[in-house]
Design a protein around this ligand. Sequence first.
Ligand SMILES: C[S@@+](CC[C@H](N)C(=O)[O-])C[C@H]1O[C@@H](n2cnc3c(N)ncnc32)[C@H](O)[C@@H]1O
Length: 350
Amino acid sequence: MTKNRSASSHTPVLLSEALKALAVQPGGRYIDCTLGSGGHAVAILDHSSPGGQLLGIDADPDALEIAKERLQHFKDSILLVNDNFANLQSICIKYDFFPVHGILFDLGLSSLQLNGRGRGFSFQHDAPLDMRFNPDQEITAADIVNTTPEARLAQIIKTYGEEIHSYKIAREIVKGRPIETTLQLAQLIEKTIGRRGKIHPATRTFQALRIAVNHELEHLETALRQAVDLLGYEGRLVVISYHSLEDRIVKQFMQKEAKGCICPPGTPTCICGHTPSLRLINRKVITPTETEIDVNPRSRSAKLRAAERITTQGDCYATTDEHTFLTIAKSRGWRRPALLQKIRMAFLAA
Ligand SMILES: C[S@@+](CC[C@H](N)C(=O)[O-])C[C@H]1O[C@@H](n2cnc3c(N)ncnc32)[C@H](O)[C@@H]1O
């Protein structure tokens, strides 16, 4: 086996586990919300053939181009969209791609992005501090580093990087401004907090900046809420995360959706009216085997969680009156009420 193939290409993480959790079946419809270079997507299309369909989304246009070439063979079964998965609902409504049998999120960034010169995600190469998944987005990591007030910068590094030296680092960044490149920032951090252990001292700060630039946690929360509504009955939601902040969001979301009443403990009678929409597939989080970690070290921090929808697609559309339906739609952040009404009417007529 070749060790560390991920340096020059992206090796899909927890691939067989993801396929199993998605329960991929011939003729099924799937969404890969983080298409990357299409590693998971190829396998999903292989296993869902004949008749399978896949909607692939990525915020990074370069990733989409690579995936498009790789998925040539399946060109009649795929729909590729360059967008943010925070817009999942509207993408699916636009392309009439729901309900689906499974939705996959393989979060974070690909090896191609990490190793790509000029993207600014890594301090292994000197590059402008960019870190945007989508180059059309306005704010770069350099903007955050050079314009954010010290206290807010420290908070970003602490919260998103879980960095205990965040205040010290923020102070030195502010003193050292302007900081334009990855190496400049990495060296400043190393000088500020020194080197301990195997992990480079800038790792946590780089993670924090990437999360902040791309609003990763907010987008994940938004997309998870939308994903459940797009699944058909017994459709699967599968999420692979790479750090504790993401995993906490996924775990709490799935646990909450798998519960009935979510009133605070001690509430005499239920006032929340919450009903479960998901069933957890794996009570214990799934992690890579030693063999996978050995072949693909990037997989070492991966955690897979999966859940199955236990309510029918029509529950929300068909069982409520118009006013309640529109209230639910608004609370879920769904846009285009006129189109949603049309879908509701189609459900009622079916
Ligand atoms: C870990 S890679 C996915 C790799 C892919 N599963 C494969 O096997 O090739 C994550 C991908 O998700 C994309 N991404 C991250 N956040 C996103 C978001 N909010 N919306 C759309 N794409 C996103 C990144 O651009 C990256 O290409």
